[in-house]
Design a protein around this ligand. Sequence first.
Ligand SMILES: [Cu+2]
Length: 124
Amino acid sequence: MRIVLILISTLLIFKTSEAEPKTHRVLAYYNLQFVPKHIKVKVGDTVEWLWISEGHPIKSGKDGKHDGVFATSSDRADFPAGTKFRVKFSKKMLRKHPKKRNRYHYYCLPHWHHGMVGSVKVKR
Ligand SMILES: [Cu+2]
């Protein structure tokens, strides 16, 4: 009986945690790269960028053109290592800023022309 109860509660915990929104980490790395460069998330998930090296103001958009969806608080490349920046890809956010195939591109303001770009694909 006790084992059955443990099994049931374990299953419930797994079921709940599966449905809960997740936080996905992207590193702003030394070699002018976002790691991972492209990620897939689900609606309601959060992406958290973590600065491993200093600098790297982030803006949403492509080819150095900001599209106004999200951006770090400053355009100055003075974010210290350890800085975190979070964006929640909620239903509301997606409705407000619809994108082709739900893919949100972003770039590092001073380094995008060196290839410091990435994207977040939001699965429904
Ligand atoms: Cu950068």
